[in-house]
Structure formats: C-alpha cells, structure tokens
Design a protein around this ligand. Structure first.
Ligand code: NAD
Ligand code: AHE
Ligand code: ZN
Length: 370
C-alpha cells in the first residue's frame, strides 16, 4: 500500500513528506493506522545526527496512537479495529529480561530495532527502489506503519488519540521514572532538571505520589508557569544563581539535598549537578535525558562512596503492554493531566515547525494529527 510519511533524508535536513510504499504485515506483525503522533526531543536528537544508532533515510517518530487495520499470521493479542499505542520498548514476556521481572528492557527484538529493520531483518518501507528505515521500531511519522505484535499496547477505545499518543513516550517516561525507576515515596524532596515534555511529567508523577518539595530547574524562565501548574513548589534558573552555585542553592532549598533528582535535559554537566545535589547518604539521581554520541558522565567517586546513587531510566521503567493501558486509564480518570502539555497540533505537512517550536522553547509537546 501507499502511505504518507515524513522522511528524515539526512542529518540536519528538514523532513520531507512523501507517498512511500509500505509492505503489509508478515507473521507476528500488525498494520497500524497512526492517528496522531507527538514529537519528542529524542526525534530531534536523532535528526541532528547525535544518535549513535541514527540511520538515514528513515521515518522517525515513536510517540503515536492508532488503530489496527490488518494482522499478520499468528497474531492473537490484538485484532482489527483495536486502538493501540506503539511501544519502542516492547514486552514479549518471554525473554530473559522480561522473565527477570527486574527490568522493562525487553531484549527480544532490540538488535534489529537498532538497525532500523523489522525482526526478520528487512524494512517494510520503500521510496521507489530505495529502502527507507524504521526508527525505534515505531516510525509514527508515517500515517500507516507495521509493528511487531509484542510492541503494541491495546488501549481503551474511548481515549482520544491526539492526547494519548503522548503516553507512547513522554508521559510514561516522566511519570514512570518517578514511580517505577526511582520509587519516590510520599514526603520526599524531588529536584527536576529540565522542565520540558519529560520533566513536567516527572513533576506530575512526584505530585501524584505525594512528594513534599518539588524543585524545578530550567534555563528557560518561560517553563516556570506550566511547571507550577503541574506541582512545582520552587523554581531555580541556573543562570540567575550562577552555574557554579547551583548545587549549593539546591542543597539550601532542600535542607541538605534532594531525596530524588532527575535529569531531563540530556546534558552531561547537568547530570553531574543532578547527582551532586542529592542528599549525602541516600539521595538517588535518575538519568532520563539522552546524551549525544561520545559524551560521558563524570563525578568524584566520593559522591557515591558517601551514599548517593546514580540510576538511569528508559521509558520510565514501564512494561509497555501491561502498564501503558493503565496509564491511559489514569488519564481518562483524571489522575494525570495531558491536555495542557499539548501546546501545538499540526498536520503532517507542517511537522518541521514542531522541531522549530521545540528549539525555540515555545512548545511543550507538538502533536501531528493525521
Ligand atoms: P524538551 O526539549 O521538551 O525539554 C528539555 C528542557 O531542558 C527544556 O525546557 C530546556 O530549556 C531545558 N534545559 C536545557 N538545557 C538545560 C540546562 N543546562 N539546565 C536546565 N535546563 C535545561 O525535551 P524532552 O522531550 O522533555 O526530552 C528531555 C530529554 O529526555 C531529552 O534528552 C530526550 O532525548 C530524553 N528522553 C529520554 C527518554 C528515556 O526513556 N530515557 C524518553 C524520552 C525523552
Ligand atoms: N540510541 C541511543 C540511545 C537512545 C536512548 O537511550 N533511547 C531511550 C529512549 S528515548 C525515547 O525518547 C531508550 O529507551 N533507551 C533504551 C534502549 O534500549 O534504546 C544510543 O545511545 O545509541
Ligand atoms: Zn521520546
């Protein structure tokens, strides 16, 4: 079949809209009509050539929601007409990682996913004779895509696509990192670096679990109002206090340091500050931000010797097929908010403006509605 898609042709070039050829689903695969997709900072990072796994030409996008239109042989967990959220972190429930119950990082198809192909080693997308690669196993910047069955969360049919697409990455990543990765408890002091599409969801996760102080840090003062609306109690702009005084300022505000901190910037200097602002003896810092290829983190080992803990979180530690439908319920039941975070919507033809808005710091989430 033909499908309209935005193709990342080369690093740092605008996405190009084309009618591409899409091969139908093979065994264990599902054809999904994507109804809406968010644009996450990770899409921008890959488009900018910062992802060591970035492949061009490819169809980016990993934050979608849609409807099953066709199933391949042997598919049993979803049927035509089901509403689904594509999962860049699948849940096969059979691999060593899934069975361990210690991680959400299902390994069953990770290798082919990182190479931009389906589990059989081939792409379903073509433009003329040229192969166009998949991205993060999702490619939601295409109106239709093919997904492995194990990478689809079936969700309730009354939830609006243009909002729940955000649960495909940003919402789950932020809220999940609080609940599942860090395990923040009521009364804890939480410090969040970067108040964008991920950081604001860390803030609402912290509010949901009953955190005490929720300190937000951002170099863009325009992010303050939304963060306060989502539960932030204190705001610090590193440029106001001086970058060299940032950690001490946080220690003062939190009476000795954060119980939990989260990096939602992808900046390795910020990651260091996020660790070092943690309380001596027990503070836990969770890295969510994705740093560009070649970057490394550093701190004095003494920071860890004296009890601070450095962790990382992918997709909020969520087990996609199990947890994503629950998060959709939380949204529909009013336990979490999504609508105010979707600051811009646009047709696929205008998708490049979503990247401009992100870089200008004027959007939280842009959503393409097909
Ligand atoms: P975003 O662009 O919406 O937000 C980033 C925010 O960080 C902005 O508000 C920006 O002003 C702020 N910022 C930038 N530099 C800063 C600094 N030095 N100090 C303080 N604040 C600073 O991006 P997003 O969509 O929220 O994504 C955030 C990060 O999380 C990205 O690196 C993204 O790739 C990553 N991410 C990781 C996962 C995961 O599973 N681990 C999932 C989604 C996104
Ligand atoms: N491909 C990069 C790493 C990118 C990365 O860390 N991705 C996150 C999700 S970001 C979503 O917006 C993730 O889930 N990582 C776990 C995984 O298995 O990819 C690189 O450095 O090569
Ligand atoms: Zn993302």
């Amino acid at each position: 079949m033909k499908t309209r898609a935005a193709i990342a042709v080369a690093p740092n070039k605008p996405l190009e809209i084309h009618e591409v050829d899409l091969e139908g689903p093979k065994a264990g695969e599902v054809l999904v009509e994507i109804m809406a997709t968010g644009i996450c900072h990770t899409d921008a990072y890959t488009l900018e050539g910062k992802d060591s796994e970035g492949i061009f030409p490819s169809i980016l996008g990993h934050e979608g929601a849609g409807v099953v239109r066709e199933v391949g042989a042997g598919v049993t967990s979803v049927a035509v007409g089901d509403h689904v959220i594509p999962l860049y972190t699948p849940e096969c429930r059979q691999c060593k990682s899934c069975l361990s119950q210690k991680t959400n990082l299902c390994t069953s198809i990770r290798a082919t996913q990182g190479k931009g192909v389906m589990p059989d080693g081939t792409s379903r997308f073509k433009l003329g004779d040229e192969t166009i690669y998949h991205y993060m196993g999702c490619s939601t910047f295409s109106n239709f895509t093919v997904m492995p069955e194990i990478a689809l969360a079936k969700v309730r049919p009354d939830a609006p696509f243009d909002k729940i697409c955000y649960i495909g990455c940003g919402v789950t990543t932020g809220v999940g990192a609080v609940i599942w990765t860090a395990g923040v408890e009521p009364g804890a002091n939480v410090v969040v670096f970067g108040l964008g599409g991920i950081g604001l969801n860390v803030i609402q996760g912290a509010r949901m679990v009953g955190a005490d102080k929720i300190v937000g840090i951002d170099v863009n003062p325009a992010k303050r109002a939304m963060a306060e609306a989502f539960g932030m109690t204190h705001f610090i702009n590193p440029r106001d206090v001086g970058e060299d005084k940032l950690v001490q300022t946080i220690l003062d505000v939190t009476d000795g340091g954060a119980d939990y901190s989260f990096d939602c910037t992808g900046n390795t200097d910020v990651m260091r500050a996020a660790l070092e602002c943690c309380h001596r003896g027990w503070g836990v810092s969770t890295i969510i931000g994705v740093a560009e290829a070649g970057k490394e983190i550093a701190t004095r080992p003494f920071q860890l010797v004296t009890g601070r803990v450095w962790k990382g979180s992918a997709f909020g530690g969520a087990r996609g097929r199990t947890d994503v439908p629950r998060i959709v319920d939380w949204y529909m039941d009013g336990k979490i908010e999504i609508d105010p975070l979707i600051t811009h919507t646009m047709p696929l033809e205008d998708i490049n403006s979503a990247f401009d808005l992100m870089h200008a710091g004027t959007s939280i989430r842009s959503v393409v509605v097909y």
